[in-house]
Ligand binder design. Structure first.
Ligand code: ADP
Ligand code: GLC
Length: 492
């Protein structure tokens, strides 16, 4: 099958969160199953030009608003593969450094920027005369892709192309002014509540949900949660309405890139059979973040976007109590909400040598924390899938997680009687529940070292690779294609 990924982020070129990891990894696996997969992403000012780049289709005229927007197209490959990745260059819309915004907040023209991406990606296919069987779109920024295929481009050579829309995060919906419709050249008749209108505005995420041939989300549990008022962010009725076409597929991880026995970012390598190198990683982490060099004290690591979804305000609140009652250290990397950034900077000042904090985005430090920490903390309020807990398990670092979404599907709770499990789970999104569970992890480390070791090894042995899930996506593409051509109606 020919499959086009349209995306706002893709590893290793540009990344804000796990969406980039997913879009950087799944196409590789699909290609190895024999599919012709290609990726389109904007060329933001911050895109890293990894590998060799050549100009393609120049200039590309993208029909939006009253006239065409002109873009340059660059072609490269996902590293280590033959998968083409195309980048759309247009300084006016994409020349800025940020993906979604900057220190002032979200860019005010995000609606237009991502319509240029949606329309540009489809126009590129027409120009290349490469007609995909399926376009796979990701999150609200690409919500107009399925709409365009169903309306404006229905009579074009893309008229039979099916769409698959993946929800990575239902929380971000991309609300836009009604002007977005005419800019996208989508008929005004779509401005109603069973299409892309919400609260008198344009809701690109809802547009994708109503118009996509099939919808996926990134874990089975999240696929259930978002059908309920408690987890639906106001769109649960849409997801129930489209329920027969909504499928939860657990994300995998790029098991070559995230592998402690060959990770170039680590000072020493290790594996489940020989964990020795992990201690050298711990020492390097302590040195890097100014933590006291005590080998025997457990380090709790955090790598996250500092936003309320991740529940790290619970950690900030629990910290004074935790530091007062347990022999532990914290290593935290993140950026986002200025209030949380300050709270963690303050914690580092208050507990020197015990709390090490780096505010910023740093791919190598993220890996060093995964490897050097003894536990990984993820108290998410909601978590569609979560990749960092899987990276942690692969690096022998049992995670402490709240029981929600993909965290339920990936972390098996420790059983104190048998020693089985891969991490520690708790239910209530409260500082107290988190503190108690950190205490449970800490006492396991000190008092039941054989159990701690078995949690580590069990997590390292779990198969989180993309192999199984890529085959599931291939099934979804087949169903979408059949449905688009009228051969089948709903998912088996
Ligand atoms: P989300 O996509 O919601 O942020 P995930 O767990 O799916 O959560 O993926 C987060 C990804 O972003 C991981 O690859 C993680 O290592 C990375 N990441 C998050 N914050 C940072 C940071 N400050 N520096 C480096 N990498 C980060
Ligand atoms: C989103 C979610 C995260 C998921 C990632 C990749 O950013 O917040 O849970 O792992 O997308 O699908």
């Amino acid at each position: 099958m020919k499959v086009l990924f349209v995306t706002p982020e893709v590893e290793p070129f540009v990344k804000v969160g796990g969406l980039a990891d997913m879009v950087g990894a799944l196409p590789k696996e699909l290609a190895s199953l024999g599919h012709d997969v290609r990726v389109v992403c904007p060329l933001y000012g911050s895109v890293k030009r990894v590998g060799s780049w050549t100009p393609r289709v120049e200039p590309l005229g993208i029909d939006v608003g009253d006239a065409a927007v002109w873009a340059r197209t660059w072609e490269t490959r996902l590293p280590g593969t033959e998968v083409p990745a195309y980048f759309l260059e247009n300084d006016h819309f994409f020349g800025r450094g940020g993906v979604y915004g900057d220190a002032e907040g979200a860019y005010p023209d995000n609606d237009l920027r991502f319509i240029v991406l949606a329309r540009g990606a489809l126009t590129l296919c027409l120009q290349l005369d490469w007609i995909p069987d399926v376009v796979h779109a990701h999150d609200w920024t690409t919500g107009f892709v399925p709409v365009l295929l169903n309306t404006t481009l229905r009579q074009s050579p893309l008229g039979n192309t099916a769409s698959v829309f993946t929800i990575h995060n239902l929380e971000y919906q991309g609300y836009a002014h009604r002007r977005a419709l005419s800019f996208a050249r989508v008929p005004e008749s779509e401005f109603h509540s069973a299409s892309l209108e919400s609260l008198g505005a344009v809701n690109p995420l809802k547009a994708g949900l109503y118009h996509a041939t099939k919808i996926t989300t990134v874990s089975p549990t999240y696929a259930e949660e978002i059908r309920t008022p408690a987890g639906g962010f106001g769109l649960d009725h849409v997801l129930r309405f489209r329920g027969g076409d909504l499928i939860g597929i657990l994300n995998g991880i790029d098991a070559d890139s995230w592998n402690p026995s060959q990770d170039a970012a680590l000072p020493a390598k290790y594996s489940a059979e020989s964990l020795g190198g992990k201690l050298a990683c711990k020492s390097a982490l302590q040195l890097r973040l100014g933590l006291s060099p005590h080998r025997e004290i457990p380090i709790f690591g955090v790598v996250a976007r500092l936003v309320s979804q991740k529940g790290l305000d619970l950690l900030a609140e629990a910290l004074p109590y935790v530091m007062g009652s347990m022999q532990v250290q914290f290593a935290l990397l993140g950026s986002g909400d200025p209030g949380l950034e300050n709270a963690f900077r303050e914690a580092a000042r208050r507990f020197p040598g015990r709390v090490g904090v780096h505010i910023g985005f740093d791919g190598s430090l993220a890996r060093l924390i995964q490897a050097g920490a003894d536990f990984f903390v993820m108290p998410s309020r909601s978590e569609p899938c979560g990749l960092t807990q899987m990276y942690a398990m692969r690096y022998g670092t049992p995670p402490v997680v709240r029981s929600t979404g993909g965290l339920i599907d990936t972390v098996e709770n420790y059983d104190e009687r048998t020693g089985s499990g891969t991490g520690f789970r708790f239910n209530d999104a409260t500082p107290l529940a988190l503190a108690n569970t950190l205490g449970w992890a800490c006492s396991t480390y000190y008092d039941r070292p054989q159990h701690y070791r078995s949690l580590q090894v069990e997590g390292m042995r779990r198969d989180f690779s993309w192999r199984r899930s890529a085959a599931r996506y291939a099934d979804v593409y087949t169903w979408a294609r059949q449905q688009r051509s009228g051969l089948a109606s709903t998912t088996p």
